[in-house]
Design a protein around this ligand. Structure first.
Ligand code: ADP
Length: 299
């Protein structure tokens, strides 16, 4: 069961580096020397994350970019506290959210997965309201406010007309919109997205990326977005944390200053091509063992 935390949720401002008393606030998310190993069938262990350290100070969209199998989802599980109960997580190091160590599920983080998890017997609106019925979140939100929020998020994801449809009547893109709406209705401080659009066709995927940027403006949160697609990261991220192949460590930390939504002109610019090439070069170097363990920070 998700734990209620006493973490500060009064984070409406875009920059949350100071508390009302002027004291510096701990980072939103802080990974300190995190190592993660998993047991293998033969009794050996495989190290997946190796000395991963980074902080996220502000509400922004962070893309965690790296090759398949390098440990990106593991990072999200460490943030959300959805640990594998048979494995100590993390193996060493610490993960803190607003100064509190994550030791299990808690109410600061919600996750959107690649495969939408919708209830077949509920319509779209019912699925969006469902998180309130679990009793884990939003107990302080009145019934009227819940209804209001449901209408608001359905409108924001473009599903007002589809609110009475059942999941089997929806396209993949529409299902993922419902998934997003069912998280945003709870106004989570942190939203983890685990390759949420990778199963969609290219056109729908592009539409979802554009929608995501609009949604974050309307419902600000810290979004941790996992992808292995460099162009996806460059279109939605304020910052890209690049991981090496397994055992993954942070090999690049890039702030993308270009305002969003990013124009076609920027996507065709020399600056874009340089950023793309820089990330791909680092990934290639890391894959061949050349850059492993050395981090580059660009701002
Ligand atoms: P990514 O998201 O980058 O594809 P994951 O974090 O899902 O990577 O997994 C990294 C590696 O760790 C994979 O080889 C996966 O099989 C392994 N792994 C993930 N979770 C577990 C677990 N609970 N037990 C054993 N191995 C795991």
């Amino acid at each position: 069961m998700a734990q209620k935390t006493d973490m500060a949720t009064d984070t409406a401002a875009g920059d949350d580096t100071a508390s009302p008393s002027g004291e510096p606030r701990p980072p939103f998310i802080e990974f300190t020397s995190v190592c993660q190993s998993y047991p293998e069938q033969d009794g050996s262990t495989t190290r997946v994350l190796d000395n991963v350290s980074f902080t996220v100070e502000r509400r922004e969209t962070i893309c965690i970019l790296g090759p398949s199998g390098c440990g990106k989802s593991t990072i999200l599980r460490l943030v959300s506290g959805m640990h594998d109960r048979k494995v100590a997580m993390p193996t060493s190091g610490s993960v803190r959210i607003q100064g509190n160590e994550v030791t299990g599920p808690h109410d600061q983080v919600l996750t959107v997965f690649q495969k939408p998890v919708l209830k077949a017997w509920l319509d779209v609106r019912g699925n969006v309201l469902l998180p309130f019925k679990t009793g884990l979140w939003g107990e302080d939100v009145s019934p009227e406010e819940r209804e209001k929020r449901a209408d608001e998020v359905l409108e924001a994801v473009g599903l007002t007309e589809a609110k009475k449809l059942r999941p089997r009547q929806l396209s993949g893109g529409m299902m993922q919109r419902v998934s997003l709406a069912a998280r945003l209705v709870l106004r989570p401080p942190i939203l983890c997205l685990d390759e949420p659009f990778s199963a969609l066709d290219p056109q729908t995927r592009h539409e979802m990326q554009v929608l995501t940027i609009e949604l974050w403006k309307r419902f600000p949160c810290l979004a941790l977005f996992v992808t292995h697609d460099v162009s996806e990261a460059l279109s939605i991220a304020d910052r890209i944390i690049v991981l090496s192949t397994r055992p993954a460590t942070v090999i690049n930390d890039l702030t993308i200053a270009e305002p969003k939504p990013r124009s076609e002109n920027w996507i065709r610019s020399a600056e874009y091509r340089q950023l793309e090439e820089r990330i791909l070069t680092r990934l290639r170097q890391a894959a061949s063992g050349g850059a492993h363990g050395r981090m580059e920070i660009d701002v």
